[in-house]
Design a protein around this ligand. Structure first.
Ligand code: ZN
Length: 71
C-alpha cells in the first residue's frame, strides 16, 4: 500500500528534524564564514600577517595598512 510508504516518509522526516534541528547543508557554511574573518593573510607589500577582518583588500590582494596600498 502506497499510503503506508507516504506515512512512513512523513514520520522519517519528522524524526530527522526532531533529532537534527538544522540540515547539515546550511550550518557548515556559516561556520566557515565566521572562521574566515580571523584567517591570516600576508600583506602583499611588506609581508606582515594580518587577519582578514583588519586587512585592506584591493583587487583581490591583502594589505596590512594604507601605507602598503599600491599607487
Ligand atoms: Zn604591509
Amino acid at each position: 500500500m502506497i499510503l503506508k510508504l507516504i506515512l512512513l516518509g512523513i514520520v522519517m522526516v519528522a524524526v530527522y528534524r526532531f533529532l537534527g534541528g538544522t540540515t547539515p547543508l546550511t550550518s557548515p557554511k556559516k561556520e566557515q564564514n565566521e572562521g574566515d574573518a580571523d584567517a591570516l593573510e600576508e600583506c602583499h607589500t611588506c609581508g606582515t600577517y594580518v587577519t582578514r577582518r583588519e586587512s585592506i583588500i584591493v583587487k583581490g590582494k591583502y594589505y596590512c595598512s594604507k601605507e602598503c596600498l599600491p599607487g
